[in-house]
Design a protein around this ligand. Sequence first.
Ligand code: F6P
Length: 359
Amino acid sequence: MKRRIGILTSGGDCPGLNATIRGVAKACYQLMGDELEIVGIVDGYHGLIHGEYHEMKPSDFSGILTLGGTILGTSRTPYKQMQVVGEDNIDKVANMKANYKKMKLDCLLTLGGNGTHKTANLLSQEGLNVIGLPKTIDNDIWGTDFTFGFHTAVDIGTEVLDRIHTTASSHKRVMVVEIMGNKVGWLTLYTGIAGGADIIIIPEIPYDIEAVAKAVERRSKKGKGFSVIAVAEGAMDKEEAKLKKKERTRLRAQTGVTTATARIAKELADLTGHDTRVVLPGHILRGGSPSAYDRVLATQFGVYAAKLVEQQRYGVTVALAGNTVTCNLLSDVAGKAKPVPTDATLIKVGRNMGISFGD
Ligand code: F6P
């Protein structure tokens, strides 16, 4: 039976997107042979909305296992905007449905994070055959233990902390390292533990700057003149945690210090007198080749997705539960978050080691 599948990658990129695309494609060719046609949709949902796509051939999927980024391109098309007809007068959902038909697709594979999954679910409810694959360095997709991209980012973040340690200790400085994760702290937690951070600050545990300062001073008293602090991009203090995001952003803008990392560094310098620096690895955490772990995970996910295509099981997204690759309903995943539980094993491990979580 002839089968035509579309693939798109949407939202922020991460290492492992190409490895997953390769896994899906190679396994689909194995399962469906010459009967299979793959269409690459350009720049995520943007390509589906605007009808930008191209036919792909088996050789397109060779040599991409180790390649960072995405061969299909990506973009952010916020879910909130999907059902809004903007100034361009384009009905995005209607266009996506029309282009799916025009491309004569039997199903659509969407590789992405939380926003991507919300739109995937919307399209599934609109009658399209959709299969999701969970990517993000943030590891915040509900129902999967890990997303691909996460472990590579942990490795990169760990390398950052390792390098920061030597310069921090030479200069006896407090280094405040901002790790991506605007809503959740998984990446900061894993990076902080792996990189031996002294203090780990995540959005799920609002911090108290006095407690952070005390942790730095405790180290000083023990003769450790330096401290390495891993701070999640979305961190907030206990007072800010009581506010809505908009209000928090407005108040920060008033002070002129807009990020938690910059605030923590400034307030710590004031409170402790220690020389402090801010370090921003930023998008470096999302760049380059996937780690071995992510190559394996991406390949497993890709092969599982190919089986779903073969079995015509749609409206689901691939997931990892323990050591087993499985899938969840898109309707169960869409709109749900996966914050770090405050009693997570790794947090307990950190506390037992004397790591401060700033609370
Ligand atoms: O969603 C993943 C993420 O890495 C967040 O942690 C971060 O806030 C965001 O992407 C930054 O994305 P952009 O590429 O739009 O700057």
